[in-house]
Design a protein around this ligand. Structure first.
Ligand code: OSB
Ligand code: MG
Length: 371
């Protein structure tokens, strides 16, 4: 495959409702989309970096520039481009996994569209529908939270994940348990605690949570291992798992019993599959995380979530959980019993509505690749 052109497009999309986490609140998304033109097909990728470097050090403007100025020249130099050659070609650039993942996804999409093969099948998916959970932001009050959770349960979600932070943890969890009984429930702290909070986190034990996600700092793997000895709720890592090697290390020291897999966080879908494989080999279940993606990134997440060791419901929610009108691609919908379909068409298996994209575009930049 020969790369001919790259388009870097920024779009702005308002969220259906503000999404509050321990690191901030988002009202809208500023998203970088990558479109590659090759001699065989076009391919789309979505960069999951936020507008600000809060979840991790990456952010949309930075990813945009690193792709244009540092990654693209390296990709353009690859003879006979293929998905497997993207990672090695970009490896001399330190970090920037979300930028790399967006490029790799666009290459995957182009290659697989050209071959008429779905991404799910290429990655090794074994399911055509995956159980979907929903990530619930920090609310203004307990009654507000209960109303939001009630709505998601009425929609039919298979599990609820509550964002927590110091001061918003035991009480909201207790309230949701008391009101909604034995709903499948987990929490995500986005690194908001320290090991000194272990007694507080142990107070979540009686509520039978499926897991607690990333309670401590990204680089505090040993702290998570120590915390795992002090609380009964299984520890799941998100931010700390930056590669398959990081997953192997975290598992080896007892820092996690479950892993959240996000392709953007680990540099691409091929590395995400390696994370899945390392976890499977160690008997550690995984689930597919999300980064409030549009249909492009969501299609890819669903393909990944079809792999055999994705045995827990993912943050693979329906389009209407994020957007009032998801018009970038066809919508993803929640079906009974709380599942979302894995796309089955070639590549990502979705069609990008370029006319609608134009309407929400804030900037677009194209580079020809001559070789
Ligand atoms: O920690 O999983 C997270 C969104 C943005 C950044 C980090 C996270 C999240 C979510 C939402 O929890 C997941 C989704 O529904 O896409
Ligand atoms: Mg998380």
């Amino acid at each position: 495959m020969k790369l001919q052109e790259i388009e870097l497009r920024r779009i702005r999309l308002p969220l259906v409702a503000p999404f509050r986490t321990s690191f901030g609140v988002e009202h809208e998304r500023d998203i970088l989309l990558v479109k590659l033109t090759t001699d065989v097909a076009e391919g789309w990728g979505e960069c999951v970096a936020g507008a600000e470097p809060l979840y991790s050090s990456e952010y949309a403007d930075g990813a945009h520039r690193v792709i244009r100025d540092h990654l693209l020249p390296r990709l353009a130099g690859v003879p006979d481009l293929s998905p497997a050659r993207v990672g090695p070609a970009l490896a001399t650039v330190e970090g920037h996994p979300m930028a790399k993942a967006a490029l790799e996804l666009a290459v995957l999409d182009a290659e697989l569209r050209a071959h008429g093969m779905p991404l799910a099948g290429y990655l090794g998916a074994v399911r055509d529908k995956v159980p979907a959970g929903v990530s619930v932001g920090i609310a203004g009050s307990i009654p507000e939270l209960l109303e939001v959770v009630d709505g998601y349960l009425a929609d039919g979600y298979a599990r609820i994940k509550l964002k927590i932070q110091p001061g918003w943890d035991v009480e909201p969890v207790r309230a949701v348990r008391e009101r909604f009984g034995d709903v499948v429930l987990q929490v995500d702290a986005n690194a908001a605690y320290t090991l000194a909070d272990a007694p507080r986190l142990a107070r979540l034990d009686p509520f039978d949570l499926l897991l607690i996600e990333q309670p401590l700092a990204t680089d505090d793997v040993r702290g998570h291992a120590e915390l795992a000895r002090r609380v009964r709720t299984p520890i799941c890592l998100d931010e700390s798992i930056t590669s398959a090697r990081a997953a192997a290390d975290a598992i080896a020291v007892g820092a996690c019993a479950i892993v959240n897999v996000k392709a953007g966080r680990v540099g691409g879908f091929l590395e995400a599959r390696r994370v899945h494989d390392v976890c499977a080999a160690n008997g550690v279940p995984v689930w597919c995380g999300g980064m409030l993606e549009t249909g492009v990134g969501r299609a890819a997440n669903l393909a990944l979530a079809g792999l055999p060791n994705f045995t827990l419901p993912g943050d693979t929610s329906a389009s209407d959980r994020y957007w009032r009108r998801e018009l970038i691609t066809e919508p993803f919908v929640l079906e009974p019993p709380g599942v979302v379909r894995v796309p089955s068409g070639p590549g990502l298996g979705v069609t990008v509505d370029e006319e609608f994209l134009e309407a929400i575009t804030t900037s677009v930049e194209r580079r020809r690749v001559d070789r």
